[in-house]
Design a protein around this ligand. Structure first.
Ligand code: ADP
Ligand code: AMP
Length: 217
């Protein structure tokens, strides 16, 4: 199963991608997590990406597409993947179409997570990530860890993302509306878009997402 998750920052893509990946036995591929891992490992790619991330802008396609393609080419992604945060503009969606075509693969669904802006702002304001693995996601109120500041999954330290500050969030929402939202039209033309309300609790949204996936033979 090859799935793309789309939705504004804070919609719950990372949260749902991790759960769907677990349920479907396929990897969760988040370009944001890949950038953050590079950043914490001090790589050249991480250093280049940081300037853009800090400003809430998209990292250039030349960097992003190659990094995503390399991750998708790993053996664990041979039977599918959940893409989270990629593609994020039309050029990336076209690059992904080309890559899939060249490797004889097709997407099964593009899940569009709908959440009102004021809820997205609340979700981002309370978001905490694990320093060891930024795919371990919590919320101080909606999904609190058992112990304050400590990751339930691996015991890592929880922190607030630099780009979750209010002024950066505003820029990221603007970038979403202008650059990312148009990919929904791109995929609608391919008949792949399933829009689901992601306003309710995590488990309910996962059920909705699973129900929206095409039945496999
Ligand atoms: P995205 O990857 O789309 O930016 P995240 O998965 O990181 O979003 O979720 C943003 C924040 O909202 C996190 O703190 C997460 O714990 C919380 N969250 C995710 N889904 C829900 C939900 N259905 N209800 C309430 N809070 C949620
Ligand atoms: P995310 O973790 O998905 O919220 O992404 C955090 C930041 O990483 C974004 O604000 C961008 O600066 C960068 N980023 C993540 N994915 C992409 C992408 N597909 N294209 C460009 N930049 C990205």
């Amino acid at each position: 199963m090859r799935i793309v998750l789309v939705g504004p920052p804070g919609a719950g893509k990372g949260t749902q991608a991790a759960l769907l990946a677990q349920r479907l036995g396929i990897p969760h591929i988040s370009t944001g997590d890949l950038f953050r891992a590079n950043l914490s490992q001090g790589t050249e790619l991480g250093r280049k990406a940081k300037a853009y991330m800090d400003e809430g802008r998209l990292v250039p396609d030349e960097i992003t597409v190659g990094m995503a393609a390399e991750r998708m080419a790993r053996p664990d992604a041979g039977h599918g993947f959940v893409l989270d945060g990629f593609p994020r503009n039309i050029a990336q969606a076209e690059a992904l179409d080309k890559l899939l075509r060249e490797t004889g693969q097709t997407l099964d669904a593009v899940l569009d997570l709908e959440v009102p802006e004021e809820e997205v702002v609340r979700r981002i304001a309370g978001r905490r990530l694990c320093r060891t693995d930024s795919s371990h996601i919590f919320h101080v109120q909606y999904n609190p860890p058992r112990t304050d500041g400590v990751c339930d999954v691996c015991g890592g330290e929880l922190y607030q993302r630099d780009d979750d500050r209010e002024e950066t969030v505003r820029k990221r929402l603007e970038v979403y509306r202008e650059e990312t939202e148009p990919i929904i039209g791109h995929y609608r033309a391919q008949g792949l878009v399933r829009t689901i309300s992601a306003q309710d609790g995590v488990a309910e949204v996962t059920d909705r997402a699973l129900a929206a996936l095409p039945v496999r033979d």
